[in-house]
Design a protein around this ligand. Structure first.
Ligand code: LR7
Ligand code: MN
Length: 576
């Protein structure tokens, strides 16, 4: 990059022309014609939005034939076409026992063919799309710890059955110190019978999924690395759109739409194409609705790549060289968690992009609980990983993370100097840039009047979410000054927020609930008067009042009366 052959583009028209030329050149039938643009002469193109496009080097692309998916003969087992499997009542006890092992319905999974058929869940327009006849090859990397046999093998077969064979270089399995018999010799023997080269590597000790993926990546011989969890099912046409997008821009990290395989019935359920990735104050990955802004940028085309602020982390494709160029993964992260946000922030802040390609669908078994052990304790591991993200990538919002999650201060974060050096070396942009340009919808404090506790003048108690989820009533508690559930943000949209929930009142006499912020004012608009210290609910004209004697920990709405119970102190100088 940055050499003489960087193509300068001066206006949008010219840009479209060049882009078309590249697209044409990538169609195999024209590629040997010297009058056409040589793709590997072009290193970077300035995109319409000022972000560089880096087309894939031509020399590494491979001709592939669009081989129709030959569905292995239906074997009459349950669950075909992605249908739900129902367990007969007399097997219910067995089902519940087996559920404990993987936190999904193993009995159902074991009844389904490892080659089961699925419906074609794509938009019609996706089915009609044609992709360049030259694409890079990929190695599919699957890491696992104590995965069940049938879910793992179904992941493998769905990859083999539904990927154009010339593009699937190999499958790389990484066993992260599993203790299950079936993942030993039985697996080694089984993979020798597969029609696609499949290699198995094992970590010496339990390493966690991050270091396990690094081990797998080291052995990759394909041009693109595609990561999958060990309980997935790829659908027809899943791979081509991912690879095609990387060809247009090799600094794009691409995710499929992640459909839901039910943990109780193994039904294949199509996920919305209108969700993207975000994160909350605890730095947990969360799905949110795609804003209008991004729909408009795509010209309303629901099959166009969707720029997402973050990714879930388990299912994505990335050019192998780019994977290393952008800093692969943080070796210092253990077991599970955090690496998905770390990579998301890093890719955006360091000049790449992160997208969901809606024409690619892969199913994943979502479960409520983790089935395996977390050496060191779940909380410690998750806080350790998240703190590393906060310290390296989030600048002053890193401090905010600690203020919201004081528990993280007691967990050693380890040495992050190498990751900070990486950030320097890649000349990455600030977290503020990320919040302002990539994720302006986030609930991270950016444009706020106040951030901190909200203390009642009469009782000296503070508003408190009590850790409640969306839909729960707002509470109060002794002010503890420890952040967390007693920190609220009073935003320029006049919302009072805690994480992604807002104080919401639907009736003049309450109750006041925590409801997912909708940003549409309505029941979530409050006016704070710093002179009278009242918090007035716009829709009802009522004032926030201290709790009544009956329910001493629930604040209420009352007609405004200037009493001390209706005075609230918002701490302006909250430090984070
Ligand atoms: O110590 C471990 N070693 C492993 O090899 C722990 C886990 N693993 C394996 C595990 O067997 C599995 O194949 O790593 C893979 C992911 O672990 P899961 O399935 O327990 O994770 P998850 O699906 O609950 O969590 C999501 O977030 C994780 C954060 O670290 C990873 O990024 C997962 O890949 C990711 N999964 C997805 O993105 C699928 C969609 C889920 C959502 C939202
Ligand atoms: Mn998973």
């Amino acid at each position: 990059a940055g050499s003489d052959n960087v193509m300068q583009v001066n206006n949008k028209e010219e840009f479209r022309g060049k882009k078309a030329a590249i697209a044409a050149a990538l169609q195999g039938n024209q590629i040997d014609d010297d009058t056409n643009l040589e793709v590997n002469e072009v290193e970077e193109v300035i995109g319409e939005d000022g972000i560089m496009l880096s087309p894939y080097p031509k020399s590494r692309l491979k001709r592939w034939e669009e081989a129709p998916f030959v569905k292995p003969e239906a074997d009459g087992l349950p669950g075909e076409m992605g249908k739900a499997v129902n367990i007969p009542i007399e097997q219910e006890k067995l089902m519940l026992d087996k559920f404990q092992e993987n936190q999904f319905n193993l009995l159902a999974s074991d009844m389904i063919s490892v080659n089961r058929s699925l419906t074609d869940v794509r938009f019609e327009k996706c089915r009609d799309k044609s992709y360049p006849t030259l694409l890079p090859t990929t190695s599919v990397v699957i890491v696992f710890h104590n995965e069940a046999w049938t879910t793992l093998i179904r992941t493998i077969w769905s990859t083999i059955n539904r990927s154009p064979r010339p593009l699937l270089k190999e499958i790389i399995l990484v066993d992260d110190a599993s203790e299950k018999e079936h993942l030993g010799k039985k697996l080694e023997d089984y993979i020798k019978t597969l029609p696609v080269p499949t290699h198995l590597f094992r970590t010496e000790n339990r390493s966690g999924l991050i270091r396990a993926r690094l081990l797998g990546a080291k052995h990759v011989k394909g041009d693109v690395i595609t990561f999958l969890d060990a309980h997935c099912e790829c659908t027809e046409g899943w791979l081509e759109p991912l690879l095609a997008r990387i060809v247009e821009d090799r600094t794009t990290v691409v995710c499929p739409i992640i459909d839901v395989i039910s943990d109780t019935t193994f039904e294949y359920i199509q996920a919305s194409d209108m969700t993207w990735g975000g994160f909350n104050w605890k730095l947990n990955f969360r799905w949110y609705r795609v804003p209008e802004r991004e729909m408009a940028r795509r010209g309303g085309d629901r099959t166009a790549p969707l720029r997402t602020p973050t990714m879930a982390g388990g299912l994505f494709a990335i050019d192998k060289d780019y994977f290393y160029q952008i800093g692969s993964y943080d070796q210092g992260m253990d077991i599970w968690g955090g690496e998905n946000l770390e990579m998301s922030f890093r890719v955006w802040q360091c000049g790449g992009r992160l997208e969901i390609v809606p024409c690619s669908h892969v199913g994943h078994v979502f479960r409520d609980k983790s089935p395996y052990s977390f050496p060191g304790g779940v909380q410690n591991v998750v806080l350790h990983n998240a703190a590393r993200v906060a310290e390296v990538w989030m600048d002053e919002w890193g401090e905010f993370y600690y203020a919201m999650n004081p528990g993280a201060l007691n967990v050693p974060v380890g040495d992050v100097s190498e990751r900070k050096a990486l950030r320097e070396r890649l000349k990455c942009k600030s977290f503020r840039w990320y919040l302002e340009n990539i994720y302006p919808e986030s609930q991270m404090p950016l444009d706020y009047y106040y951030l901190g506790e909200i203390r009642n003048s009469e009782t000296s108690n503070c508003l408190d979410t009590l850790g409640g989820k969306a839909g729960q009533p707002l509470g109060m508690g002794y002010c503890h000054g420890m952040g967390g559930n007693q920190v609220f943000a009073y935003t320029k949209r006049k919302q009072i927020m805690s994480d992604d929930n807002c104080l919401d009142a639907a009736h003049p006499r309450g109750p006041i609930k925590l409801i997912r912020c909708h940003g549409m004012r309505g029941n979530q608009e409050w006016t704070y008067d710093s002179k009278t210290r009242t918090i007035k609910h716009t829709n009802t004209g009522m004032c926030l009042d201290k709790p009544e004697t009956g329910d001493v920990w629930k604040p209420v709405l009352r007609p405004c009366n200037r009493s001390r119970g209706q005075q609230w102190l918002m701490q302006v100088d909250f430090k984070w």
